[in-house]
Design a protein around this ligand. Sequence first.
Ligand SMILES: Nc1ncnc2c1ncn2[C@@H]1O[C@H](COP(=O)(O)OP(=O)(O)OP(=O)(O)O)[C@@H](O)[C@H]1O
Length: 368
Amino acid sequence: MVEVALHHRYDRDGFALEAAFAAPPRGVTTLFGPSGCGKSTILAAVAGLLRPRQGRVALDGMVLLDTAAGIFVAPERRRCGVVFQDARLFPHLSVETNLRYGLRRAPREAEGPGFEEVVALLGIGHLLARRPAGLSGGERQRVALGRALLSRPRMLLMDEPLAALDAARRTEVLPFLARLRDAARMPILYVTHALEEVDALADHLVVLDHGRVLAEGPVAEIALRTDLPLAARRDAGVLLDCTVLAAPEGGLARLGFAGGELLTTLHPGAVGTRLRVRLRARDVAVAVQEPQGISTQNVLPATLAEIRPAGEPQEVFLRLAVGPSTVLARITRDSLERLALRPGMPVWALLKAVTFDHRVAAPPEHAP
Ligand SMILES: Nc1ncnc2c1ncn2[C@@H]1O[C@H](COP(=O)(O)OP(=O)(O)OP(=O)(O)O)[C@@H](O)[C@H]1O
């Protein structure tokens, strides 16, 4: 586990950081929030690249920083593998030598994946003889990930590793990050302001704003919160863990989740593939009687569990219990009154098969 409690202030612009959270020992903990909320400052303090005014950072009980006790472990002794937006590879060295540099930095007694294993994990075997200048941005980031992993860190710190890449390159690198997450037996702190990356990678989410932690917890739980700034986004909605039940060529794929099945136009992979799907609240409609003769493919029996205010005065969120799962719907107050919706009522949640966007994650295969 990574325990973080920090207090810091930049005198120049008056920015104050007052943040505390705990990251689980495995899996990706995403620090998520708008530009300037303090994500990079937190990561720098954990890495030892910044000395906060006050704070404590501990990794599996080992104290890396404790200002009250006068402890500050030097960055090179913290055993953090750090990956930044830009790969920061040595330009004059080959990919292989860059990677072996990571291995040379690893303490003798440290355990971790070997060279060949990391090269295979990140699919960079064909690049070993090349120089960084001859690589694409996505390839460079994969090499940077490999170098960080080969230094046999006890924790990985990633500061917007995909932010400098275009959409196509991000799509290329994301599955490798997911693989790394599944293979790495260590906590990963991952800074981003892209919800797409949260959906694809995060197990645990720390939501930040103005230097403070607004919420933290498992990502699916945070997605259900309607009181956070996240809920105001157009793509706000729940995350459902699904398994592909049928994936016919040219037809609709059938996904199973705890509570029912969904038909989708997505191409989610072979039968048995596990994936996480974002159901946007604004794409979910409700009916008080089972609808007949409509084109909507997904009509799920549900119970209206709760009605909550949405940011806009004329809209509300409905929490719908679909079996053991919860789905959020965002509807107008006008519809709420017209249908006389009340908590406890049986309803049908309607979801068009085409409404799922491409926020389908790499499989969350590991147990955090
Ligand atoms: N070295 C510094 N000196 C003074 N102010 C700084 C310094 N570094 C960051 N800041 C300020 O602290 C605040 C938080 O910055 P930080 O880089 O941690 O935010 P962030 O959430 O990572 O933002 P982004 O997503 O844009 O990278 C910002 O207002 C920034 O201007």
